[in-house]
Ligand binder design. Structure first.
Ligand code: ATP
Length: 368
């Protein structure tokens, strides 16, 4: 068991930097209680770095990520900083492809003390995980857009191609079933994976469903069903408490991630992990939020819970239960802070920003 873990820290842009400071403090505090050290190796990357240096993701930063035990990532991208093709500078996508971080894991749950936009009391029981395929689907088209021009050189049509492979679909579906199995054991209930696709229209999506059903047949203990993405958008608002694990293509996952974050009150409550065979990157589901950056209003909870996800992932990889205990400690501290009712983030109409929420979590950790 390692006494210390080397973590590549990429705060990035906007509120990414603000919430990363918060998570670093919480990580050190939780580690100190568990007798584990974290060497936080902070490196530059992002849209501002691109403006300053012409490079969004320096080779040295990439090399540190390669060597590190895990990557902790804030948020990157600024609306006014664009590449020559008009798209934003978003190195997180490069990292996903570079390290083959194929599984985007987005857990969502309600916290006592925080309202949800849904009035149905069952909304208090929302606890689901969206598993997003991260390396192919429609995002395969990124950087490969095929623009056709007329005789005057005007763009008249652009093709972005979706790619679905047996390998990519099999491994993301298998990941979802294994996750559902672990959740079923932990929560003491039957597990279920719901595949989200558009198999009624696209051949690629019919193929995705075929592979999903194949993987489901290898996991008979876990329930399996499928839904079209449009119906799922409806049902995630009408009855989100009835889902356990969802698995879906990259672009659908991108959109549904924001939708499910809204169900529990806002982006500041939604952690995430991007996992591959060897590497793990942990980041809040939100972006750089330029509208509130620099005002101290960002809710750091998503970043703090992403750090807890990192501890769980390291615990499993290194067979070190202390890391798992540290993760539970962080989660319990966050739960207690909001359940107590004394702290209400700006996102929820309250007056508590990054510093107040971080202090409250640290205080709970100290007295746990
Ligand atoms: P991206 O395209 O990278 O997802 P975005 O600009 O579309 O980024 P976000 O940056 O996630 O979206 O912001 C969406 C909304 O949620 C904004 O109004 C922002 O202020 C709010 N928001 C995002 N994160 C937080 C947070 N941690 N605390 C409070 N509000 C947040």
């Amino acid at each position: 068991m390692k006494a210390s873990h080397h973590i590549a820290v990429l705060p990035g842009d906007g509120i990414g930097r603000e919430v990363m400071d918060a998570a670093a403090q919480v990580l050190h505090a939780a580690g100190a209680r568990a007798g584990i050290g974290f060497e936080l190796d902070t490196r530059p990357a992002g849209a501002q770095h691109y403006l300053d240096s012409g490079v969004a993701l320096p080779d040295e930063t990439l090399a540190v990520c390669e060597r590190a035990d895990a990557i902790l990532f804030g948020a990157m991208g600024l609306p006014h900083v664009r590449g020559s093709d008009g798209t934003e500078i978003i190195p997180q996508l490069d990292l996903r492809f570079h390290f083959d971080l194929y599984a985007g894991v987005r857990p969502i749950r309600t916290f006592r003390g925080l309202r949800t936009p849904l009035s149905d009391p069952r909304a208090q029981q929302i606890d689901l995980v969206l598993v997003r395929e991260n390396t192919e689907g429609l995002f395969y088209a990124r950087g490969r857009g095929d623009a056709r021009r007329d005789a005057q050189g005007r763009t008249v049509e652009v093709f972005d191609t979706m790619r679905i492979t047996r390998h990519g679909t099999d491994r993301i579906c298998a990941f979802a079933f294994e996750l559902a199995q672990r959740r079923a054991e932990r929560l003491g209930r039957a597990g279920r994976v719901t595949n989200v696709d558009k198999a009624n229209v696209f051949e690629s999506m019919a193929f995705f469903r075929e592979v999903f059903e194949d993987v489901a047949s290898r996991h008979p203990a876990i329930g399996a069903d499928s839904a079209y993405v449009d119906a799922m958008a409806l049902n995630l608002v009408l009855k989100p408490w009835s889902y356990d694990v969802l698995v879906t293509e990259n672009m659908f996952g991108d959109i549904l991630s924001d939708l499910i974050a809204a169900l529990v009150g806002g982006m500041g409550m939604a952690p995430s992990a991007d996992l591959g065979e060897r590497h793990g990157l942990f980041q809040p589901a939100h972006g750089t939020a330029p509208d509130i950056a620099g005002q101290g209003k960002a809710n750091p909870t998503a970043m703090i819970l992403s750090a807890a996800m990192m501890l769980d992932w390291l615990a499993e990889r290194h067979g070190d239960a202390r890391l798992g205990d540290a993760a539970r400690g962080i989660e319990r501290a966050v739960e207690a802070v909001f359940a107590g009712g004394a702290v209400l983030p700006f996102e929820f109409g309250g007056g508590d920003g990054t510093r107040a929420i971080t202090e409250a979590v640290l205080e709970r950790l100290r007295h746990a």
